[in-house]
Design a protein around this ligand. Structure first.
Ligand code: 0X9
Ligand code: ZN
Length: 306
């Protein structure tokens, strides 16, 4: 059920918050093509009371088409915090009292649909926008405007890591940028979910040896989350993203950190290479649950420290 669920096409404001009678129901709806999501922000869901005094936790997933466990995990998280709120689960309640959650479960709908509709292209990564030379798609995680064009990104539209024709050339990345800039001062944590690798990373990743100033501070809740995951039998690597994976410029985590979000992370969900992007559907509940538990610890730490 979760794998196939895609965001609502309804307008932005607070589907989850306003329609209390629908709390707990996952949204399924039409998928919008890149060409007419002039505002990919339509896919954001706002959960809980969005008081101006609350710090915002941003969670997105599905910027890369083939990484199916990521949108499934974001939807699992939405489902559990909505259910938990309804049933007065004390940890979930305090999470929602402490933070407003802005969750975009599927940032690249065209690519995602392409990866499951056309089985030959199950491992499609980019968007599906037409490019010069007859190739398709931009790697949205190379299209953000901080050190755009640097290492680990390609100028060739036929490459998997094609960065786009300019920084923020794509409507999907512009929508993220515009929303983030609008909520920048309230946002305490930016989390973008990918797969695979079991890594929980901290910026910057546009090159080697370029860390954020508050690296040590950012690592503390990450360490707590990794300890929790380990206790659940899952080993995560944590640290600087270029070191943990490889340098890649124009990614969203770097952009979030560059505009001053105090905590910014890419999470590479399971596994470590057995199934790679083809993690079986039967793994969704375990990954969902352990990630939820890790996020509870991570956010509890941030709430106490800030
Ligand atoms: O390459 C990416 O965009 C991410 N890995 S993935 O296999 N899911 O494609 C890692 C991005 C890490 N962040 C930065 N390097 N800034
Ligand atoms: Zn990815």
């Amino acid at each position: 059920r979760l794998v196939a669920a895609i965001p609502s096409s309804q307008d932005t404001y607070s589907w989850w918050t306003v329609q209390k009678e629908n709390l707990g129901k996952l949204v399924t709806g039409e998928t919008r093509r890149s060409s007419d999501i002039s505002s990919a922000y339509r896919t954001y869901q706002e959960i809980g009371d969005d008081l101006p005094s609350k710090r915002i936790v941003w969670i997105d997933a599905g910027i890369h088409a083939r990484e199916w466990i990521a949108p499934a995990t974001a939807l699992y998280f939405i489902d559990k915090i909505v259910q938990g709120y309804k049933s007065s689960d004390s940890t979930i309640k305090s999470m929602l009292d402490n933070f407003a959650f802005y969750i975009a479960p599927l940032l690249n709908p065209d690519g995602y649909v392409y990866s499951y509709t056309f089985t030959r292209e199950r491992l499609w990564r980019k968007t599906r926008s037409a490019q010069a030379g007859g190739c398709y798609g931009v790697d949205l995680n190379r299209n953000f405007g901080y050190h755009w064009g640097g290492q680990g990104s390609s100028s060739d539209p036929c490459d998997e890591n094609f960065r786009g024709s300019s920084a923020f050339s794509e409507p999907e990345t512009r929508a993220v940028r515009d929303k983030l800039l609008a909520i920048r001062l309230r946002t305490i944590s930016f989390i973008t979910m990918h797969s695979y690798g079991q890594d929980w990373m901290v910026p910057y990743g546009y090159a080697y040896n370029v860390s954020v100033d508050n690296y040590a501070q950012m690592m503390r809740p990450v360490q707590a989350a990794a300890d929790k995951l380990k206790s659940l039998g899952r080993n995560y690597d944590i640290g600087n993203s270029a070191v943990v994976t490889y340098p890649a410029a124009g990614a969203s985590d770097d952009y979030a950190a560059s505009i001053g979000v105090p905590y910014a992370h890419t999470i590479e969900l399971p596994d470590t290479g057995q199934y790679r992007f083809l993690l079986p559907q039967s793994e969704i509940p375990r990954v969902g649950l352990e990630t939820l538990e890790a996020l509870k610890v991570y956010l509890g730490y941030i709430a106490a420290a800030n």
